[in-house]
Design a protein around this ligand. Structure first.
Ligand SMILES: [Zn+2]
Length: 72
């Protein structure tokens, strides 16, 4: 498996429904196969990516108060 750079060389074309080689212009990148604008990730990959980020956030809850024994 030697596709470590795959995602840096390819972007997702919604029209072709796959990762494609692309042409860079000033603001956007375009699929070399159909000319549609391409994105860095597919929708699904983007969702997964954000999901992973969200899950990796440490739970920042307030520390629980230790309740001592209440004497009556
Ligand atoms: Zn395309």
């Amino acid at each position: 498996m030697d596709n470590r750079d795959y995602y840096s060389d390819h972007k997702y074309c919604q029209s072709c429904q796959k990762y494609v080689s692309y042409l860079m212009s000033m603001d956007h990148s375009y699929c070399i196969e159909c000319g549609e604008r391409v994105k860095l990730f597919s929708e699904q990959d983007w969702v997964n990516f954000n999901d992973t980020l969200t899950r990796q956030k440490p739970k920042g809850g307030r520390p629980r108060k230790q309740r001592g024994k209440e004497s009556a």
